[in-house]
Design a binder for this molecule. Structure first.
Ligand code: ADP
Ligand code: MG
Length: 521
């Protein structure tokens, strides 16, 4: 059972306990979804408003992320839980398109409710929605344009993904960081976003953020007396603490008297000395360790002019290993020369970072700065979204945003619906109407009258202006010329998650009604 389905089953069980009246479970579910959708729709698009959420512990959170808003506000509301799953499903992959997906779920269910009133069965609606989805996939393929990895389009894609108030005037800067980082790790037209590391620092303006080629480590050298840089040196990377650990003690020692106390220290000393000798023997000029380094080991390493850094974050350690072409070893006694990385390690005192660069794999680090942790966390969310979206656009092409694509899909699906026989025809048309929920909400959020905006857009699209959409300033304009560009994959994912969730909600009542449930109580 997938995640969405699990959510639905949970809804039924909870519903059992709560209702036995006249209203059908389906109606209750649809209205629960509608109220969840209402909490996020005002956040959609460049003029969307952030939500201020007061949490149980009194902390205040400002966000426009649908998953966060729903997770904090939907409490014990049966089918509405499903909207959180929709947001999660979309957010997990691209960290974008979550509000759109939730909104579409609500729109599909609103349309379905009208059809149910006309006597169309849930099964027919589900079939029509499935057809609508197939048609939209085909139409999206036709509309998609490949993205040249070296073109300005990449920048536009990143900027569009960072719509929303919280980014405000920093959108340009953040998009630059994303483009520069992805360019550094690009392999032809492919980007592995795990090759970009994000390091956050507070107490500085956002404009001081930057991209570093290679790895960055936010740790300090263990001794001031050690060299603070290594040029073309051999670097040992390990998760094994350079200290005496339980696993290294062959037998336990009971410290009962002064003699056994000394024996213990001798043993400890011997053990640590063994580890340091191994480091010296293998020819390391620097040690990057995710664990601790004992005092005694620090002294000997320092005396031998070896740079040592401890408590290095594991992800940073792996990135450094890739950049330096070495391997992270889990046991110092077993290290070999082949495990060592080679390259440059340099302490940047201003940035309070160690930078690692070498002839290994291409990696980039975005050093993201902001005044407070809360600001930096929100920016990080946008940057992560920018990275995924740029990678997705290069991989599968892009379409225009600002509601233009949804409007065009709706037009093409309505045309195709003419060929669908029976009552499913109505459901395919309803699917097209639901897609228009996106431009409708964008219109509302920029202060336009949604109905008027949709009618004007329909006229434009009917006459061949397939990129006509809604601008951040509230004018209807060619969104391709306005450089509002989004990856096809995000649109695709938002539509398919919404269809899956809407059909689930519709089907729940197919097999169980509140009356039936109360009989079984
Ligand atoms: P989501 O969580 O669905 O990504 P957003 O709040 O990011 O929600 O809004 C995305 C919508 O905003 C998309 O339809 C996108 O095309 C639109 N959008 C983003 N930037 C602009 C812009 N500059 N002008 C018009 N529409 C925009
Ligand atoms: Mg977005």
């Amino acid at each position: 059972m997938n995640e969405l389905a699990k959510g639905a089953v949970e809804s039924i069980t909870r519903l059992k306990a709560g209702h036995s009246g006249e209203e059908s479970a389906r109606e209750i579910n649809i209205s629960a979804v509608r109220s969840a959708v209402n909490t996020v729709e005002s956040t959609l698009g460049p003029r969307g408003k952030d939500k201020l959420i007061e949490q149980r512990d009194g902390e205040v959170l400002v966000t426009n992320d649908a998953e966060t808003i729903l997770s904090k506000t939907v409490v014990d509301n049966p089918a509405a839980v499903l909207t959180i799953d929709v947001a999660k499903a979309v957010g997990r992959e691209y960290r974008d398109g979550t509000t759109t997906a939730v909104l579409l779920t609500g729109a599909l269910l609103d349309e379905a409710e009208a059809l149910l009133d006309q006597g169309v069965t849930p099964t027919k609606i589900a079939r029509g929605y499935d057809q609508g989805q197939t048609l939209s996939t085909g139409a999206l393929d036709d509309l998609a344009e490949p993205v040249d990895p070296t073109s300005e389009t990449v920048h536009h894609v990143a900027e569009t993904a960072m719509a929303g108030n919280s980014v405000g005037g920093d959108r340009e800067k953040l998009a630059e960081l994303v483009v520069s980082a992805t360019e550094s790790v690009r392999d032809g037209g492919r980007i592995d976003t795990t090759h970009v590391q994000i390091v956050t620092q507070t107490g500085q303006p956002i404009s001081h953020s930057k991209v570093i080629q290679g790895a960055a480590l936010t740790a300090d050298p263990v001794r001031q007396s050690m060299p603070n840089s290594v040029e073309g040196g051999q670097v040992l990377l390990t998760t094994d603490p350079v200290q005496l650990s339980d696993t290294r003690l062959e037998t336990s020692i009971d410290i009962e008297d002064a003699e056994s106390f000394h024996r213990f220290f001798d043993r400890e000393s011997e053990e640590i000395r063994g580890l340091v000798d191994k480091i010296l023997d293998v020819g390391a000029d620097a040690v990057l360790c995710s664990g601790s380094i004992a005092d005694e080991a620090q002294s000997v390493l320092s005396l031998n002019d070896i740079l040592a850094v401890r408590q290095v974050d594991n992800e940073m350690l792996s990135t450094a290993a890739a950049v330096l072409g070495g391997s992270v070893v889990s046991s110092v006694p077993e290290v070999t020369v082949e495990d060592l990385g080679t390259g440059r390690l340099q302490r940047d005192e201003n940035d309070e970072l160690f930078l690692a660069s070498g002839g290994g794999a291409a990696r980039a680090t975005i050093v993201l700065r902001g005044p407070t942790q809360q600001v930096v966390d929100e920016l990080k969310h946008h940057v992560e979204s920018g990275l995924e979206v740029v990678a997705g656009a290069m991989d599968g092409g892009a379409v225009t945003g600002g509601g233009a694509t949804e409007l065009e899909l709706a037009r093409q699906i309505r045309d195709a619906a003419q060929g669908v026989v029976g009552r499913e025809h109505l459901a395919v048309e309803a699917f097209a109407d639901a897609l228009e929920g996106v431009p409708k909400t964008l219109a509302e959020n920029v202060g336009l009258k949604p109905i008027d905006a949709i009618l004007s857009l329909r006229t434009a699209h009917d006459s061949g202006d397939c990129w006509m959409g809604i601008d951040a300033s509230g004018t209807l304009a060619d969104q391709r010329k306005a450089n509002v560009i989004e990856p096809v994959c995000v649109k695709q994912q938002a539509i398919s998650s919404a269809v899956e969730a809407a059909i689930l909600v519709l089907r729940i009542d197919d097999v169980l009604t509140v009356d039936e449930l109360s009989e079984t109580l």
